[in-house]
Write a protein that binds this ligand. Structure first.
Ligand SMILES: NC(=O)c1ccc[n+]([C@@H]2O[C@H](COP(=O)([O-])OP(=O)(O)OC[C@H]3O[C@@H](n4cnc5c(N)ncnc54)[C@H](OP(=O)(O)O)[C@@H]3O)[C@@H](O)[C@H]2O)c1
Length: 208
C-alpha cells in the first residue's frame, strides 16, 4: 500500500522505516522538503520525499506525524483530502510533556476531523513510543494499538497496517473515544519519562 507520512521527526521517521520494512511504499512530506527527501534516501526501498502537498497527493492513507499544534496549518497546506484516511497519532500535550492541553469535551483527533471534514480520521499509535516502532525493538508481548474512528473501512485499513507492523490492533470504538485514548497516551509518557520506566513501555487492555 502507498502511505504518505507528514512529519519527519521521531514518529514520522520510525513509522516510515517500519512501513517500508513491511513492504509498503512510503512518501514523506515536510515543511522543509529537503528534510523529507533526505529521510527518504536514508530509508531507501523506493521511499520518496518532498513538500506537504506533494506527499499528501500521492496516497489515500496519510499519517499526521506532527505535534497537535501543527495540524491546522499542515492540513490547510495538504490540498484536497476528500475520502483520504488521515491517521492522527498525536498526544496534545504541553511543552513540558506533563499535561494534556485539550480534552473532556473534544480531542486532538476530533479537532483534526473538524479541520478536514471530507477526510476519514482514525486515531491510532498515540500510545506507542517511537522507540518501539521497529519490529526488532519489540521482543516481549505483542504491543496493542488502539484504533478509533467513525469510518469502519478506514479503521480496518489502519488495523491491517498495525498488524503488518507486528502490533495487535484493538478496536477502540468511535472517534470520540480519542478523548479517552489521549489521556492513556499521556499516562504512557508519564510512565516512560517521569516514573522511570523508559520509553519502552506500552499500555495493554487485557481480558481477565
Ligand atoms: N515520540 C513518541 O514516542 C510519540 C509517541 C506517540 C505519539 N506521538 C505523537 O506523534 C506526533 C509527532 O511526535 P514526534 O515525537 O515525532 O515529534 P518530533 O520528533 O518533534 O517531530 C515533529 C515533526 O513535525 C514537524 N512540524 C512541527 N511543527 C510543524 C509545523 N508547524 N508545520 C509542519 N511541520 C511541523 C517537524 O518538522 P521540522 O523538522 O521542520 O521541525 C517534525 O517533522 C506528536 O503529536 C506526538 O504527540 C509521539
Amino acid at each position: 500500500m502507498k502511505i504518505s507520512i507528514l512529519g519527519t521527526g521521531n514518529m514520522g521517521a520510525g513509522l516510515a522505516g517500519a512501513l517500508a520494512a513491511a513492504g509498503h511504499e512510503v512518501a514523506l512530506g515536510a515543511r522543509d522538503p529537503a528534510k523529507a527527501a533526505a529521510l527518504a534516501t536514508k530509508i531507501g526501498a523506493g521511499a520518496v520525499g518532498g513538500g506537504i502537498a506533494a506527499a499528501a497527493a500521492l496516497s489515500d492513507v496519510i499519517v499526521l506525524a506532527l505535534p497537535f499544534g501543527a495540524m491546522a496549518e499542515t492540513l490547510s497546506e495538504a490540498g484536497d483530502l476528500t475520502g483520504k484516511v488521515l491517521i492522527d497519532i498525536s498526544n496534545p500535550i504541553s511543552a513540558d510533556f506533563r499535561d494534556l492541553v485539550i480534552g473532556h469535551t473534544t480531542s486532538a483527533a476530533e479537532e483534526v476531523q473538524k479541520q478536514a471534514p471530507q477526510a476519514r480520521v482514525v486515531k491510532a499509535f498515540n500510545t506507542v513510543f517511537a522507540q518501539v516502532l521497529p519490529q526488532e525493538a519489540r521482543t516481549g508481548a505483542a504491543v496493542q494499538v488502539f484504533v478509533a474512528s467513525d469510518d469502519a473501512e478506514a479503521k480496518a485499513t489502519v488495523a491491517a497496517l498495525a498488524t503488518a507492523l507486528g502490533f495487535a490492533p484493538v478496536d477502540a470504538g468511535p472517534l470520540t473515544n480519542s478523548r479517552f485514548l489521549e489521556p492513556v497516551g499521556a499516562m504512557n509518557i508519564h510512565f516512560g519519562y517521569f516514573l522511570g520506566r523508559g520509553p519502552v513501555v506500552a499500555p495493554a487492555w487485557v481480558q481477565v
